[in-house]
Design a binder for this molecule. Structure first.
Ligand code: URA
Length: 263
């Protein structure tokens, strides 16, 4: 405050400020109140009489798997499941992806194929298995008279363990698979296939709890109470054409199971 003000002028200035609504008197030098020591309790006042300190409420850490379970359970049909996945924000892969890759083919088909994760083409188009591996998959299916667009009872339904493309097509990480697994399980429940085809290591890991596809392939297992056939991934077949022989045997096995259970 200007030290040249006389008492009356200073009072008038103060009253003017009060009229304007000023409620705090601020001194010229700042006061660090964190450094101020609390005054000692007054004599004769028991320390228990001091104002209670309110406890700090711990903030619950988010649980991505529990949140995914709740969201997946709440989806009553495939469209709501897709919407629930679109609204799920815990998986960082979504940030680098162009599209959520949900499914392709005939929902409710007898066969549901579970691949690993979208690649570049799938990410661009928003559908699973549309790149080179997908073209090979279509040929494999056609060889046993199945197809993703067949509406005559010979259709298949296709999805992946992860709906978003991992950067540089790297393998899915365990925490990414764990948080997306509740959605995959609900996806399978809602699509309700008779048979599952589990393509590749990550899919075996997610649905069968095992890795080692070259050992597991061709041996029927069970996933979510359904017969599940592990198969070599078409991308592996592109790199190792000699393994097509084993896949042909697996495809014939699938064809036989379809024919048997229909009879
Ligand atoms: N590989 C997969 O596992 N899924 C796709 O959708 C594409 C390639």
């Amino acid at each position: 405050m200007d030290s040249h003000l006389d008492w009356h002028a200073a009072r008038a200035a103060l009253e003017w400020q009060v009229d304007l609504g000023v409620t705090e008197a601020i001194s010229e030098a700042p006061v660090n109140r964190f450094e101020q020591v609390a005054p000692p309790p007054k004599a004769g006042v028991a320390s228990t009489a001091q104002a209670p300190v309110s406890p700090v409420q711990p903030v619950a850490a988010p649980d991505p798997v529990a949140d995914a379970e709740t969201a997946a359970r709440g989806a009553g049909d495939l469209a709501s499941l897709k919407a629930a996945m679109q609204a799920y924000t815990h998986c960082d892969l979504r940030k680098g992806a162009r599209n959520l890759v949900f499914s392709d083919g005939i929902a409710g088909a007898r066969v549901m194929i579970v691949g690993e994760s979208p690649g570049r083409e799938e990410d661009r188009v928003g559908k699973p298995f549309v790149g080179r591996a997908g073209q090979l998959l279509d040929k494999m299916l056609a060889a046993i008279d199945l197809g993703r667009d067949r509406e005559d009872g010979r259709g298949v339904y296709i999805t992946n363990v992860l709906p978003w493309r991992p950067p540089q097509n790297r393998d899915p990480k365990p925490d990414e698979m764990a948080m997306m697994l509740p959605f995959l399980k609900r996806h399978i429940e809602l699509a309700n296939p008779e048979f599952l085809v589990v393509m590749g290591n990550s899919s075996c890991q997610a649905l069968l709890g095992k890795r080692g596809i070259t050992r597991l392939r061709g041996e029927w297992a069970e996933a979510l109470g359904r017969p599940a056939l592990p198969m070599l991934h078409p991308a592996y077949l592109l790199r190792n054409p000699a393994a097509k022989r084993e896949t042909w045997a697996d495809l014939l096995d699938l064809q036989a199971r379809l024919a048997q259970s229909k009879a």
